[in-house]
Design a protein around this ligand. Structure first.
Ligand SMILES: Nc1ncnc2c1ncn2[C@@H]1O[C@H](COP(=O)(O)OP(=O)(O)O)[C@@H](O)[C@H]1O
Ligand SMILES: [Mg+2]
Length: 140
């Protein structure tokens, strides 16, 4: 089953994330795929909002991973700098795939596809034009 959502601006993408947060369960992985600037981090900000995280969510690019504390922990991973899945394993981040506690959101998930557990929520983000983004959601 597939769901397609078109958003007209960052607020709408955040709103979608907030809505998704209500449907996520502990142990879930949200796998985000899309070019730079398509709204992956913005969507995670919305998920954080929906999980009642109070800290500001920043792009984890330089740190690879951050954990935020909300209704449940939210682990935010970014595979942008990963050139091989073994690097993620070396730094121990595969422990969040899937997480024992809380929810994991992974940006650039296609780069570490073999580490993404079956049954994850895959979200593909595309830049249409201006502030319009197309988000395709599928669980597999
Ligand atoms: N519909 C939209 N959804 C999400 N972000 C949007 C949208 N329209 C414009 N933007 C802007 O695009 C940028 C997306 O950045 P970010 O979420 O960091 O993307 P990514 O993590 O995919 O690189 C932000 O500057 C945001 O304000
Ligand atoms: Mg990002």
């Amino acid at each position: 089953m597939e769901r397609v959502v078109i958003t007209e601006g960052p607020e709408e993408t955040m709103r979608l994330g907030e809505e998704l947060a209500g449907e996520l369960k502990e142990g879930d992985v949200v796998a985000l795929v899309g070019e730079l600037g398509t709204g992956k981090t913005t969507l995670v900000k919305g998920i954080a909002l929906g999980l009642f995280v109070r800290e500001p969510v920043i792009s984890p690019s330089f740190l690879l991973a951050r954990t935020y504390h909300g209704r449940v922990p939210l682990h935010h991973l970014d595979a942008y700098r990963i050139s091989h899945v073994s690097e993620l394993r070396e730094v121990g981040l595969d422990e969040f795939l899937p997480p024992e506690e809380g929810i994991t959101a992974v940006e650039w998930a296609d780069r570490v596809e073999e580490l993404i557990p079956p049954g994850s929520l895959w979200i593909e983000l595309e830049h249409l034009s201006g502030d319009r983004r197309k988000l395709t959601l599928r669980r597999y």
